[in-house]
Ligand binder design. Structure first.
Ligand code: GRF
Length: 208
C-alpha cells in the first residue's frame, strides 16, 4: 500500500477525483495519507477534512524564499512517508532538492496537451485563454512526472477535448476538468501505485 501525499493550492476538484477514485477502488494499492496546501484558504482543505484525511498548511506567503518553503515541504513529505507526491492545482515551484529526492515520484496535472500551452506563466485560466486565442481545435490535459523544467517531465497520460466555437476560457476549463483531468489523474495514480509505469529514456511505457 503506497502512501500518497497531495499538494494543493485551490479548489481541489482534482483532489476530489483522487479521493473518490480511492473510495471507489479505481485507485488500488494507494491511500491519500495527507493533503498539504500552500494556501490557507484553499477549498481543497475542506474536501480533505470532510473525508477524514490529514491536512497541513505550509503557507507560501510566510516564507521569504523558495528554498525555505521547499525545505519545509520536503520535511513534511518525509514525515508522511510519501511514496508518491501528486501536484493537484499546486501553484508553487518545487526546487531541485525536492525533485532530486523524489525523482519520478512526483506527478502533476496540466490543463493542456503538453508541449502546447505549457511552461512558465501557463497556469489556470490563462492556459485555456491562450488556446482559444490561438484558434486550436483540440486541447486537453496531461499528467506528467515533475522535473526541473516547468511542465517538462516525462508524459504519463494525455486526453484530448474539443474546443467549441462558443467556448469561453471558463467553459473550456470546466470541460477539460470534467472530461480529461478528473479521468486521467486518478488513472495515472493507479498505474503508479500498481507499478505499471516504466520509464524508457524520455518516454513512459505503460506495462499491461
Ligand atoms: C486544474 O485546472 C489543474 O489542471 C491545474 O490547476 C487547476 C486546479 O484545479 N493544475 P483544482 O484545484 O484541482 O480544482
Amino acid at each position: 500500500m503506497l502512501n500518497i501525499v497531495v499538494l494543493v493550492s485551490g479548489g481541489g476538484s482534482n483532489l476530489q477525483s483522487l479521493i473518490d477514485a480511492v473510495e471507489q477502488k479505481k485507485i488500488t494499492n494507494g491511500r491519500i495519507v495527507e493533503v498539504i496546501s500552500s494556501n490557507p484558504d484553499a477549498y481543497a482543505l475542506k474536501r480533505a477534512e470532510s473525508h477524514g484525511i490529514k491536512t497541513r498548511i505550509i503557507n507560501r506567503k510566510i516564507f521569504s524564499n523558495t528554498d525555505e518553503f521547499c525545505d519545509t515541504i520536503k520535511q513534511a513529505l518525509q514525515s508522511a512517508g510519501a511514496d508518491l507526491v501528486v501536484l493537484a492545482g499546486f501553484m508553487s515551484i518545487l526546487n531541485k532538492s525536492i525533485i532530486d529526492e523524489y525523482r519520478h515520484k512526483i506527478i502533476n496535472i496540466h490543463p493542456s496537451l503538453i508541449p502546447a500551452f505549457c511552461g512558465k506563466g501557463f497556469y489556470g485560466l490563462k492556459v485555456h485563454q491562450k488556446a482559444i486565442e490561438y484558434g486550436v481545435k483540440i486541447t486537453g490535459a496531461t499528467v506528467h512526472f515533475v522535473n526541473e523544467i516547468p511542465d517538462g517531465g516525462e508524459i504519463i497520460l494525455q486526453k484530448a477535448v474539443e474546443i467549441r466555437s462558443d467556448d469561453t476560457a471558463e467553459s473550456l476549463q470546466l470541460r477539460v476538468m470534467k472530461e480529461a483531468e478528473w479521468d486521467i489523474l486518478p488513472r495515472a495514480v493507479d498505474l503508479f501505485c500498481n507499478n505499471k509505469l516504466e520509464i524508457n529514456g524520455n518516454k513512459v511505457i505503460i506495462k499491461e
